[in-house]
Ligand binder design. Sequence first.
Ligand SMILES: CC(C)(COP(=O)(O)OP(=O)(O)OC[C@H]1O[C@@H](n2cnc3c(N)ncnc32)[C@H](O)[C@@H]1OP(=O)(O)O)[C@@H](O)C(=O)NCCC(=O)NCCS
Length: 202
Amino acid sequence: MFALHGPTLTLRLPAPADAPALLELAGDAEVTRWFSWGPYTDVDQPLAYIARAADRCARGEQLDLLVEHRERGPAGITGLSEFSARDGRCMVGTWFGREFWGTGANRESKAIMMRLAFELLGQHRLGSYSNPANERSTRALLGVGFRHEGILRDWHRHPDGWLDVNVFGLLREEWEASDLARVEVRVEGVPPAAFTPPGALT
Ligand SMILES: CC(C)(COP(=O)(O)OP(=O)(O)OC[C@H]1O[C@@H](n2cnc3c(N)ncnc32)[C@H](O)[C@@H]1OP(=O)(O)O)[C@@H](O)C(=O)NCCC(=O)NCCS
C-alpha cells in the first residue's frame, strides 16, 4: 500500500475498481479536450489505462496516482513521468473531472506531488507541459509556482498532427521556499520500488 494523504485528498495507485469512476470523470469531452486520448466512452478504456499504468509503474517509467477527495470520491489522475535518473528530474501532469476544477484540488494535489518528487524521490527539478492554447492549465501551473521556460516546437504527437507545448520548471530550492512545501502530507507506505532517488554521478 502506498498513499499520500493531504488535508482533503488522498493520492494512491489506481485499481481496476476505479474504472467506472474514471469513465464518468473523463467521459466529458471538455476534460480530455487537450489530450491525445478520450473522451472515454466505454469502461474498457479506463480499465486498459489502469493496466498500462501498472506496467509503466513496475518499469519505473511513470507513476500515475488516482486523486481521491476523501468526501467526494475520485477526482482524476496525476502522475510523474519522463524520469531522468542521471539528472534527478521528472515531469508532472494532471487531469480532473470538471466538478473539481477551481476547487483547490489542483493546488493540494500539486503540493502532494511536489512532496513526492522532491522529498520521497529525491528529484532536483520538476517540470510540466501545457498546450499554449490551454490557458486554464497554463494559469494553473503558474499559480502553483512553476516558471514558464519556453515553447518546445512540435513536441507532442496527437492524432491530428504535432503540437507545440509550453514547458515549465520548478527547482527543489524554489519548492522549499514556497507555501506548497508547508501543506501537510502524511505518507503511508513507500513509493513503488522502481522509483528511486538519483544515484551518484558517474
Ligand atoms: C488543468 C487542471 C488540472 C487545472 O486545475 P483547476 O482546478 O482547473 O485549476 P485552478 O482553478 O487552480 O487554476 C486555473 C487558473 O486558470 C484561470 N482560468 C480559468 N479559465 C481560464 C481561461 N479560459 N483562460 C485563462 N485563464 C483561465 C483561473 O482563473 C485560475 O487562475 P487564477 O488561480 O490565477 O485565478 C484542470 O483544469 C483540468 O483537469 N483540466 C483538464 C485536463 C487538462 O487540461 N490538464 C492539463 C494538461 S497540460
